[in-house]
Ligand binder design. Sequence first.
Ligand code: ADP
Length: 446
Amino acid sequence: MNGRLLFGAVADDDTGASDLAGMLAEQRLRTLLVIDLPAQNQFEEWSAGHHAVVLAEGTRNLRADEARARTRAAIQLLKSRDPRAFQLKYCSTFDSTPEGNIGPTIDAALEELGEEFTVALPALPVNGRTTYKGYHFVHERLLSDSPMREHPLTPMTEPNLVRHLSRQTARRVGLAPFESVEAGPEELRRRFERLRADGVSIAVVDCLSDAHVETVCRASADLRLVTGGSAFGQGLPKVWRERGWVEEFDAQTAPLSSTDAGGRGRLVVAGSCSVATRAQNRRFVLSGAPAFRVEPRALLSEDFKRASLVETLRRQLASGRDCLLYTTDEPAEVARVQSWAAGEGLDVQALGQRLAYALADLVAEILVGVEVGGLVFAGGETSGALCRRLNLGALRVGRNVEPGVPLCYSLGRYRLPVVLKSGNFGGEDFYGRALEAAARPAEYIF
Ligand code: ADP
């Protein structure tokens, strides 16, 4: 299986990348999630033995020209493993502005692959994202009436995706309508051909149900490039299996079988302030396990007893206890910190990033002095900062601990089980389940 890759995807943010990677892993494809762009030889070493690779490229909020360049570089890297199919992964709410970056990155991918046609399927019916006659819905509401309307960076006020995407690219955008999807894969394929013959380069595809996802995946399985949400991860593996493209495996590969995390404590790090994370933190604290909160202002100004906190955490972890380190707070407190930051010239985004990296620096310092048995991160941005600061590099993605949250195994600087949870995911006892899964990686990672 060291030869050709089956599937290579470029995702425009970290949580989107792990969402797609998790879907592929749930379909028993050996999947690698790679953070940022590694060097060619490193990429080859990491990706060997995998069916699918998802590169988390964070292009969503870059300038369009930067997003284009990054996409090209990512596709070039994937091309070195010659995948049968490529995907450009973006959010199922089509997060973008009239300038981009979905259109520009599709342009870049088509150019880099020398292709003239692709599909756009943001719909993910299982999560209530559907498209009808080109109009996109979030549950029962039009995209432009959903909370996405108020998004601080990518406010979605245009619900018609053909119109919205047409503004972002010089290519012709068309629609593969509901009727063609409903009529099945053959008819939909013919519709793609007709659109292509009419000069359409990107076909937005209507999709209202899981049956439609299956049809779209069947009709798209011969395209070199598909674009859209994680619905492709749900539907394409079945088609590939039917075609005999998935080389099955039975043995674990070497890097994972050498795991011996026995007796070491595991560390939970939470920067998310979501309702779910707050409940999970409370549960952990109430269980009597060691939990340490760092106040955000103190963290940024270094005004706390850092050395003694680091020492305490190291000692607890070394003695095999699972610990929680967190900055999480209630909404009113978060607002207070944000207005303090505004006075310091930091907007909400800059504050969030600073805090996430400051927390990650603290964790990096702790880990220099102690070996841990696993890491659990709560929060999308928080996870991104931690993965980068700790050089986790690439993660083998395993089975889900809870829906949408897989157990991963880091192949970078630290070789250990890692769970990345975006804010609102997981039940109250999520940490308990994640820590237990991290203690038995062989049951989750294949
Ligand atoms: P979620 O997935 O819940 O959105 P994220 O980690 O993506 O979680 O976002 C949480 C953001 O809040 C991060 O940028 C983090 O640094 C920031 N943050 C964490 N603790 C606090 C706090 N006490 N006050 C203000 N912001 C905070």
